[in-house]
Design a protein around this ligand. Structure first.
Ligand SMILES: [Zn+2]
Length: 127
């Protein structure tokens, strides 16, 4: 299997291989992407290279894509079990990391509010 037809990732020392299947509708390639929108930052998704509002509808978050692969028997047996487990763990890690970053961001915002209190600014200006 060439690297173009699968995505290999490492999770706790195990290599997890997610196959990239040809899109069932347009026979074009399905590709791996990482989301950078705020609500799903770092989430992996897969979509057809022809995907667009008027084109191909093939677009899945990683977990849904993996479920699709299992349903369609692209992933079977132990490999399916491994990939499903690794995908769930990865989503858990991404959510944990994102929540950690959010906590830091809200703490920084609180600090800024404390520093910018009108009272303290006026005191500084009158001195
Ligand atoms: Zn397609």
């Amino acid at each position: 299997m060439s690297s173009a037809s699968s995505v290999r990732s490492c999770l706790r020392g195990r290599t997890v291989v997610v196959v990239l299947i040809p899109c069932p509708h347009y026979q074009s390639i399905v590709r791996y992407h990482i989301s950078n929108i705020e609500d799903h930052e770092g989430w992996v998704f897969y979509k057809c290279t022809n995907h667009s509002p008027t084109g191909c509808a093939f677009w899945f978050w990683e977990m849904e894509y993996v479920a699709y692969l299992v349903d369609a028997h692209f992933l079977v047996g132990n490999q399916a079990v491994d990939v499903v487990r690794a995908t769930k763990e990865r989503r858990g890690e991404v959510i944990k990391t994102r929540n950690g970053r959010k906590r830091i961001a809200s703490r920084l915002a609180t600090d800024r509010v404390a520093m910018a209190r009108p009272g303290s600014l006026q005191q500084n200006m009158s001195r």
